[in-house]
Ligand binder design. Structure first.
Ligand code: PHE
Length: 345
């Protein structure tokens, strides 16, 4: 038995020393120390050793086991270090290499205008509301005092989704939705996309409006004029001339269209070369928004007491504001996503 142990010690240490990688080392470990390993087998055979020799033999076997285990651990540590050193040397990371520059995007000019307008009204105490793009007939027309056979429905070139559902033709249905669910006082601004079957250099089938309304006791046409004049001067500049013209909308009475002095010709109606201004067609004014005092019938639809409450509403086109502000003649530029155009804003 002593001879067996001495041979195992010699073979095991020699085998371990020859191991070139961690897999070979593991194999060697199993060969000697594993459950079916050689040293394990000898230790198991200890029962057959005569009683007198057993303590000495046991001690020797243990010493060998510890020795082999320590050698194993030492070699394992060395192999790990070698592996780490090798990967550090080979897999070099050059932190000085230039990175990949990602192009920075920016806010679309239409959304810039929408944010700016919303900001002006928020500063005047308005809150922001939203409504669905797909509306039912009731909110888009009926409750806005536009009954089924009303000729005003023709003004709006509606896209129908089904018999009863439409792509909203204006943001005015948001007035109804807000008033249905809440009581005055209300000061609300509602930006969003709207849809009409219209397509030329100044009209797009999808465009954007900002609706606004203020309902409380004793709101007058003077409030309408004051708020809208202030808005237009903040947006187009303090010297902007503003004009209110009688108009008609089924959901406001009285109604007014609002013009500003032409931003291209400065109101003269003529271009620098003396020809008629192409923006205002020589009138010196350009129409900018629709507005009016909310019709008592509309208050009836949302269950407000029209004797007690009054209010004004308005709708303004975002594309129109942007085209006038930046002197853009073709609305389609906003939707083509040509970076040469978009980068200018
Ligand atoms: N909804 C109208 C339109 O799209 C604009 C408007 C809004 C007019 C509110 C008056 C009051 O033409």
């Amino acid at each position: 038995m002593r001879a067996d142990l001495e041979r195992i010690r010699h073979d095991a240490l020699a085998d371990l020393d020859r191991c070139a990688d961690e897999a070979a080392l593991e194999e060697a470990r199993l060969r000697y120390l594993g459950r079916k390993g050689e040293l394990t087998a000898v230790l198991r055979g200890m029962r057959e050793v005569p009683e007198a020799e057993r303590p000495a033999m046991g001690e020797l076997a243990n010493t060998i086991k510890v020795e082999v285990e320590e050698r194993l651990a030492a070699i394992r540590r060395r192999l790990e270090e070698e592996r780490l050193a090798k990967s550090l040397a080979e897999e070099r990371l050059d932190v000085t290499l230039p990175g990949i520059r990602l192009p920075r995007g920016r806010v679309h000019p239409l959304m810039q205008v929408q944010e700016e307008v919303t900001g002006i009204f928020v500063a005047m105490g308005f809150e922001v509301a939203e409504g669905p793009d797909i509306e039912d007939d009731y909110h888009n027309f009926e409750a806005l005092n536009i009954p089924r056979d009303h000729p005003a429905r023709d003004m709006q070139d509606t896209f129908f989704v089904s018999e009863d559902r439409v792509l909203r033709t204006h943001t005015s249905p948001v007035q109804i939705r807000v008033m249905e669910s809440r009581q005055p006082p209300l000061r609300v601004i509602a930006p969003g996309a709207v849809y009409r079957q219209d397509d030329d250099v100044t009209h797009s089938p999808t465009f954007h409006q900002i609706e606004g309304f203020w309902v409380d006791e004793r709101i007058t046409f003077g409030d309408l004029k004051g708020v809208l004049s202030e808005f237009l001067r903040r947006f187009f500049g303090p010297g902007t001339r503003v004009r209110f013209r009688p108009s008609f909308f089924p959901f406001t009475e009285p109604s007014a269209e609002v013009d500003i002095g032409c931003v291209l010709c400065g109101g003269s109606g003529k271009q620098a070369d003396g020809a008629a201004c192409r923006m205002c067609k020589q009138s010196g004014w350009v129409e900018i928004l629709g507005s009016g005092m909310i019709d008592p019938n509309v208050f009836g639809f949302v269950g407000y007491d029209a004797e007690r409450f009054s209010g004004f509403a308005f709708g303004v086109g975002v594309e129109r504001l942007a085209m006038l502000r930046y002197g853009i003649g073709d609305i389609r530029l906003f939707y083509e996503n040509d970076l040469r155009f978009l980068r200018q804003f």
